[in-house]
Design a protein. Sequence first.
Lengths: 449, 448
Amino acid sequence: MTRRGVLGIRINHPAQLVVVAYGVAIFTGTGLLMLPIATQAPGGSGALTALFTSTSAMCVTGLIVVDTPTYWSGFGQAVILGLIQLGGFGIMTLASLAAVVISHRLGLRSRMLAQAETGGIDLGDVRRIIAGVAVFTVAFEVAAAVGLTISFWIGHDEPFLRAVWLGGFHAVSAFNNAGFALFSDNLIGFVTDPVVTIVIAVAVIFGGLGFPVWLELRREPGRPQRWSLHTKITVSATALLLVVGTVAVLAFEWGNPSTLGPLDAPGKALAAFFTGTMPRTAGFNTVDIATTYEPTQLLTILLMFIGGGSASTAGGIKVTTIALIGYMVWAELRGDPDVSRYGRRIPPTAQRQALSVAIIGLGALFTANVLLLGFSPFGLADTLFEATSAFGTVGLSTGITPLLDGPSQGVIIVLMFVGRVGTLTLGTALVLREQERLFRFPEERPLVG
Amino acid sequence: MARRGVLGIRNDRPARVLVGLFALVLVVGTAALMLPFASRAEGGTSLLVALFTAMSAVTVTGLTVVDTFDHWTGFGQVVLLVLFQLGGLGIVTLASLAGVVVSRRIGLRGRRVAQLESGGLDLGDVRRVLRGVITLALSIEAVLFVALTSLFWLRTGSSLGRAVELGAFHAISVFNNAGFSLFPDSLAPFQTDLLVCAVVAAGVVAGAVGFPVLADLRARPRRPRRWSLHTKLTLTVTAVVLAGGALVLLVFEWTNPATIGELDTSSKVLAASFNATMRTAGFSTIDFGAANETTQLATTISMFIGGGSVSAAGGIKVTTLALLVLAVWSEFRGDEDVSAFGRRIPTGSVRQAVAVTLSGTVILIGGTFLLLATNGFPLAETLFETTSAFGIVGLSAGITPQLDDPGRIVLIVLMALGRLGPLTVGTALILRERDRLYRFPEERPFIG
């Protein structure tokens, strides 16, 4: 049953397409970064460093083993920028395409239902999706770049051209939720600068909502009641997580002399908002993560694991996944036979898919942790933070990444790749595997709890 | 609609009865432990230490802030013994009673199903349930008592009277998965003693699989095919978790001189298997505080999973885990139904499993946050301790005695929630199942 889909590519399994595309891009990027002109020091970088940086950029993670501004030359930085843009754009279009494929597939069985279900996305028109993603991307990035450039130019006395380069790089890095910065201390120097931090935080939040949500927000900006279930869940869960992150960071770090302690109250609020936003899932930091208290780190780990919206540049298991699991528990506690939210019933198969994505994510994270604990001399708090940051394609670090040995770096590389393409391909593959039942076994209920 | 049922207890609120009885036993136990002649120290025991110990005993956890043998007198030890016997046996009988109530509530068809699931226990008859559970528990404890008494008598060179004391205390502690021990380093002196280890491990596993399984096994010992789905799932997952835990322990501790590194190969295997089995009970022959962090992490996870339903063991229960794994598995296969061993598992059960797991995770993370904030121990050890309390296990990475008062209170609350939480939640969930009067239209958000 070989069906040819768009662009002549077999997208019977969109999963394969995603994996192959990302693999090819990462290896091309590695090759470019290994060129002698990519580094500032003569002789070029080692293969592992190049592979790590390429994967980190392509998977829009932001974990680094070498300092971006001092190690890579202008060419190397441009390559990284290109990879970030390609990685972010790629995941948004591929995820949106996968959604269309899924809708088609479901539509074969029940056309009316599929159209009702996918509401926000026009079926079939691949070019419109690519163009739409491109338009949104350019619009957001240009807006962010202008704001940042002006701030760097006027507020921080950078020469104009350098301000444009810095503004452009950080705008792309922020919108694609990458977290690469051209400052050796990331954004710690801008902790109390409201323009830079708020522009970057807003770009990160928008990047993390996802294409299907932008479409609907633009189409029906003032009428939330007409949004699709997906948009409602994504927007409300994102808002909730942002508030929880900000308030918790503020509460935990209020008196920490290494982070929020020395700042005045508005500065504390700003830094807490930024620090609470970045785990989902950008990886910029204005305070030194290594000096935050352990409760803050644990909270950050949870937020990084949850991540952002589907078909967005953010990573993690996605807010809709965790929301569905939350609704299941809520329905169970209320004793409802159906899981419903916002006047819509969520099919049991979708619930099981959410459960699968979450559990497989936990499994990958656990396996990587065991390996990291075995290879490296660091404690559980550090390895768990680093592994979750890689899996959620976040890029926050307590500072152990540059100190990792070869095998541990390999684990992180694999984890970034799995975190980026894994959840998407898994989610897609699971939907496409739904089968009709031919027979049923008799029911039996084991005891639970 | 106050229906008076068994023992004059209101039928529709089994969870409330459970909590009430539990609190009563706890208060009496704490008061008894605070009596001056319960402790060897001058002037008795402080309220918090007594409460911690009573909670640890009645929830059959086994975490201690004071050394059981050094601190408590014979009277205090008997109080502990009574508490964990009541806690262990009480909780399973009450859980069975809750099962009776549940089966009455869910109607004739449901009751037939419930009977099928509970194996030999006829849930329709309260007296037979109670008699069955108590007879089974006492007979297994009697066997353990005889075996352990003779072993302690032969191995430790103590007098027969002392051996009887040790045997009785440990037999009850073992079967109820309590983990209290009258030796200073738990069972470390018997690290290489095959017989003691085997008897204790067997007792712990018997206590941890749960009465429905024991009853099923007793009724049909040689016909595994006719066991209930519950029994099959419980035994399979228990075996997998035990084997996995032992393997991890063996591999990661092989060269650790502080744990099993200096033993010979067969003793290494024995120690690894024994300590992996203790994930519900809390006895140990190695120092988990000195273990590799990977071992601590793996042990944390197996403690969270816990034992079988309607048993003295804690955790989210092996069947809960099994249901989650089966749900993922059927998702991968693309099956519409979740099924195992030729039986379909209702969607409601899977959702209950998710609810139990997620509420457990939330409680555990909350407790870990509080313990991290109040006591600055590393994450691995903090998580180990909170999971041990929540899973009412009693293994310790060594930080419990060093905790300050707020930290101890966190563990006390975790033990209470760990003991009562999954059971009451599970029972309450079944009782709350409602019929649907209307349905919303379906809509599917994107996932992943």
